[in-house]
Design a protein around this ligand. Sequence first.
Ligand code: SAM
Length: 208
Amino acid sequence: MNFAKYSMKEINKQFWSKQSITNSSMLGGYDQINNVDIQQSELFLLKNIQQFNTLLELGSGIGRISEQLFIKYFKEIHLVEREAKFLNESRRRLSKFNCLYYQMSVEEFEPKTNYDCVWIQWISMYLTDSDFCNMLQKFNKSPIILKENISSQDYQYDEEDASITRSERIYENLIKKSGFKIMDEQFQQGLPNDIYKIKFYLLKHQEL
Ligand SMILES: C[S@@+](CC[C@H](N)C(=O)[O-])C[C@H]1O[C@@H](n2cnc3c(N)ncnc32)[C@H](O)[C@@H]1O
């Protein structure tokens, strides 16, 4: 679908520049889902990832997931986040751990290495279809865990933060178009009824 790419990015940047530096803003105000989010992410991670040396988190916000989950397992964590104030907060939270920080957009980030896991949570909704496919294609040698909101309509656009919530059908088409296959998939359980469904996908490049 054709979204007005530049105004969308501008609206999205403005939105995040005004958000507070809290777990709550990372969770869209639904603080009560933090624990179930982390618990099921842990199960999905341990079920699907075999090596625990390096992890890359894209759109890492304030380091909410790294702090509560990734530091328990990975020796080295790389975080990509566009908003400086969020990245600084993750530097503070993760100061005792072996982390590398990239203050830039996911679209600009070019990996210099392969990772044991690339974690992509609640960031795909801020990308156009083509930016989403370009992002996946940068990681054709690394297993990817994608965790994202899922809508019943193919595309649902939210004017407040310029986010696009996609259906399973759309995500699955984009994943295939990018040259990846779905190795495992699962819905997040334990969510309130008034929010989108959330789905995990384990992706590997077709040639891996
Ligand atoms: C909903 S929060 C999720 C943060 C984190 N994944 C979590 O679950 O706690 C989305 C984050 O993505 C960042 N973001 C949005 N668009 C981005 C982009 N194009 N490149 C990098 N970061 C982006 C925002 O600044 C914000 O920190």
